[in-house]
Design a protein around this ligand. Structure first.
Ligand SMILES: NC(=O)c1ccc[n+]([C@@H]2O[C@H](COP(=O)([O-])OP(=O)(O)OC[C@H]3O[C@@H](n4cnc5c(N)ncnc54)[C@H](OP(=O)(O)O)[C@@H]3O)[C@@H](O)[C@H]2O)c1
Length: 318
């Protein structure tokens, strides 16, 4: 696996990471959970050099960190660059609530470390900025976790350049996590260029368009019964039908190149910057192997141009 570093000053990581969310949260909830396979996928990732392992306290809530913690016992912890998040809490049927209060950060890091069965995380990320708390206060509490040795580095998620600058004035920002894929390119306008300029790592989430760009869904009915994607505008029947042209073009280019659609989608993301480390999510061994293989796929300028020229999708991302 090719490697880079987590931002200009962070530890070495494989250029492809692993998002663990879907192992216990948001997707495919009608199917019985298969923790044994999920744990084997995490081990397979580490064996293949997919070292950046991403989770969050709100996934489940808590079940995802529990699972990752179990996977990393028995000598695996040191092979991983372990990233979790704080700042979103589950509010039952009302959905997710932002909480950036310093005391919430202070309590949450200890709870995350307990669930993850470790004395530190390598990256502690603020999941969302809380509009009711100045980012300087939240980020100050995040910085305390570094001083206390509980987090090696801290990162942001879904932020503006202005918010990154305000955080940087308090403590260095190692990484920014945001949605980036062939059908979600907002970050290319300002946030990613600023991260590139500053040597801040950029971790694209949902780089496979939540599975759509990998060719998983041809109609709304293909989505599992209990699945967050059923609520998203892009996956509604009419929008999805229109968006099949995008997935179809990705598949066509993949066939011409002799690689998979997922590999094309990830290879395009990898070309967006030196410290860009996508974190495709999977609980399936064959997909993990496929995604890891994207590290070895280099797209030609013509292929990049064809992908750059894909139309914008129908429907918002949330
Ligand atoms: N910061 C944030 O706010 C935020 C938001 C969303 C996600 N995330 C992070 O980003 C990670 C990845 O995002 P995501 O899971 O939403 O979307 P994604 O990585 O774009 O797609 C995941 C979906 O694609 C399927 N898949 C994965 N590899 C495949 C392949 N090679 N071929 C065919 N299908 C494939 C997965 O199937 P199976 O699962 O069935 O294997 C799953 O349904 C998450 O796990 C999470 O850690 C962060």
């Amino acid at each position: 696996m090719k490697t880079t570093t987590l931002g200009a000053h962070g530890p070495e990581v494989g250029v492809i990471g692993l998002g663990c969310m879907g192992m216990t949260h948001a997707y495919d909830l009608s199917a019985p959970r298969d923790d044994t396979t999920s744990i084997s996928v995490i081990h397979q990732a580490l064996d293949l050099g997919v070292t950046l392992i991403d989770t969050a306290d709100v996934y489940g809530p808590h079940t995802n960190e529990d699972l990752v913690g179990r996977a990393l016992t028995g000598g695996h912890r040191d092979r991983a660059v372990l990233a979790t998040k704080v700042g979103l809490t589950s509010a039952g049927e009302d959905g997710l609530v932002r909480n950036g209060r310093p005391e919430h950060v202070r309590e949450s890091i200890d709870a995350s470390l307990r669930r993850l069965q470790t004395d530190h995380v390598d990256l502690y990320q603020l999941h969302r900025v809380d509009p009711d708390v100045p980012i300087e206060e939240t980020w100050g509490a995040m910085a305390e976790t570094v001083t206390a040795g509980k987090a090696r580095r801290i990162g942001l998620s879904e932020v503006t350049v202005e918010e990154i600058k305000r955080a940087q004035a308090v403590h260095p920002v190692t990484s920014v996590q945001s949605e980036l894929s062939l059908w979600t390119r907002d970050a290319l306008a300002e946030v990613l260029p600023y991260c590139v300029e500053q040597g801040i790592g950029f971790l694209p989430f949902s780089p496979l368009g939540r599975g759509f760009l990998a060719g998983r869904f041809s109609s709304f009915d293909d989505l599992p019964q209990e699945d967050f994607r059923r609520n998203l505008p892009r996956f509604q029947q009419d929008a999805l039908r229109a968006n099949l042209a995008i997935a179809g073009r990705v598949r066509e280019l993949a066939e011409q190149a002799g690689v998979s659609a997922a590999q094309v989608a990830l290879a395009w993301v990898l070309r967006q910057g030196r410290y860009v480390v996508p974190i495709p999510g999977t609980k399936t061994p064959k997909y993990l192997a496929d995604n890891a293989g994207a590290a070895g796929v280099t797209l030609t300028d013509e292929q990049m141009a064809a992908l750059d020229a894909l139309p914008a999708p129908e429907g918002g991302r949330y």
